[in-house]
Design a protein around this ligand. Sequence first.
Ligand code: FPP
Length: 256
Amino acid sequence: MNPDSQLKQSSSRLHAAIIMDGNGRWAASHGLPRLAGHFAGAKTIRRIVAAAPALGIGTLTLYAFSKNNWERPAEEVGGLMRLFEDFFRTEREWWIEQGVRLSVIGRRNRLPSPLLMEIENSQYLTRGGERLHLRLAVDYSGQDAILDAAQRLDSGSPATRERFSSLLAQVVHAAAEDQNVDLLIRTGREQRLSDFLLWEIAYAELFFSPRYWPDFTPEDFKGIMEEFWRRERRFGRLSPALEQPPLAEMPLPVSV
Ligand code: FPP
């Protein structure tokens, strides 16, 4: 099947996650301060959000700020927090027009209160969006989320994947139905997971783009989706082409 028709067929079904890396190096390559790279990165988010529904994406999770990012210089952290706050305030009208529902996942109790207010307002005002569920991970750590969820497991009942997924969703303020990621993209030339969605990407297809995030385009995204459809997702099973008939139907080896 050609990728374009597959993209249309799958409309609003897939969950894509993106590690938006390379803002700082993009800024350095343009002789600009690091924060200018983050500003340019925010513009890329808008272009990628606009393109996502037509590429078959129903849920898009973006890694905006990791737990470890608190260790960056105070000026960069403060600049990012203000950028997030402005971003939520200025984007939400457009999200409403585009049918985008926003959720912020991660830890909340270290975020500045003006940012928290913008998060709450944006989540509330975009709650009716049905074309795309945009999830931004802020103060997020996959390992911490797993630890927190494990501590909430009730020793009296069996620990199933479903129960654990639902606890994991609770600890990061997410909805349980959004847990499984179909594809993970990382821009910016590095090839690592950086503590992002460690449980949720168990069966995700991985893609690494050499572009710095501010240079990542909807065309790049479309190319990745075409490659996604060319790959065969087996979830640990055999490819249908390699499947053998049941044992009962197989000729037994003849002993001599
Ligand atoms: C990685 O680039 C990016 C981040 C740490 C933050 C991601 C933030 C944005 C895309 C900015 C806009 C986001 C929102 C939600 C408004 P880096 O600084 O690690 O780049 P480097 O590896 O080149 O230094």
